[in-house]
Write a protein that binds this ligand. Sequence first.
Ligand SMILES: Nc1ncnc2c1ncn2[C@@H]1O[C@H](COP(=O)(O)OP(=O)(O)O)[C@@H](O)[C@H]1O
Ligand SMILES: [Mg+2]
Length: 376
Amino acid sequence: MIASMNPFRYSEPVPVEDLINRDDETQKLLRRADESNNSRIVAPRRFGKTSLLRRVMHETRNVGWATVYVDFFGVLTLADISQRIERAYAEQLEGRLASWFAGARRMLRPTLRAGGGPLPGSVEVTLEAQAESPLLDRLALPRRLHERHGTRTLVIFDEFQDVLAATDRADAVIRSEIQHHGDAASYIFAGSHVGMMRELFANPRRAFYGQAAPVELPPLTAEDVAVYIAARFQRTERDIGMALDPLLALAQGHPQRTMLLAHTVWELVPKGESATEETWRAAYERAIHQVSDELRTTWTALSTSNRRVLTAIAENTTALYAAGRRHGGSRGGAVNTAIHGLRDRGEISEDTSTRSGYRLTDPLLAAWIVDGRAGT
Ligand SMILES: Nc1ncnc2c1ncn2[C@@H]1O[C@H](COP(=O)(O)OP(=O)(O)O)[C@@H](O)[C@H]1O
Ligand SMILES: [Mg+2]
């Protein structure tokens, strides 16, 4: 490691060798895949889903599986879904599997693209039906790969809830093919939208109901984080010193926030020196300043009742329903609605140690709210 380079990454999924722990989750996902069972990982944005999936892919490849990672973020049509899948195979298969795909690709029915923009309802319905066959062709690829080479495939569908933007029955179309994959392929579905993922996998009326067992992704433990940060400071000839305790207390194991704060403290510690309480305060100011646009955007997108509930949870001083009344909400109904909405979008998670029973997922948003939500 180069001593002059910041060892903390906070803006992209982390490489396998930089991952903190996640051993149990990795083993669980590998075991399920090996048994030809599917899994799902549901956790708020930036909790390390994609980073964990990279490690799982790495280990699956090492035992001879093909792995295909498809990110569905932002898809709007079935043709988008088809193209994401096709591109994943084109970019990620290697060696003889890549050669196989180059040939197989020519047999796929072309994906039809409507020229963008809204279409009359009837046209849209026809196009949608026509878009199903090309999608089914691409979904069938692991089955064909298995028939041809005996290779098993781990298929990862990340930000899976976004397929519902294409059509409400996208999950049914996908399931209709992949339910026949048996030993040919195992699937991991990941998603950041807690509410939509629950709808997809826990609603008995939906195609994937009961089809993928959940794997939890808890916050990182203070022990794991402390050891990791201290070691990286040491390797780059610095000492985390007095900044470690307040960092652990603020970040609360949120993976991306932990890395962002560690990165910021590191920037302020010259080589050969140790962080002080002063360093911590400066780093905290910098980190809040750096994310302030993002926090304001999040805040602005919330309704007033959501803001009130979020603030009551962040302040953790009064019970939630009392706070709802104090802020002019008459009954518990509005508070309940706000709680459900915030939980579905991953802004809050359950936490039995607080008065409200919840905490904000993002500790920096919580700190900013408690500090008065001023511009920085
Ligand atoms: N296990 C981990 N160890 C170290 N950093 C992590 C870990 N998981 C997540 N991170 C940090 O969080 C950031 C977001 O991770 P990512 O895997 O992209 O989350 P998600 O896919 O859930 O949005 C990464 O850039 C990294 O800084
Ligand atoms: Mg991700």
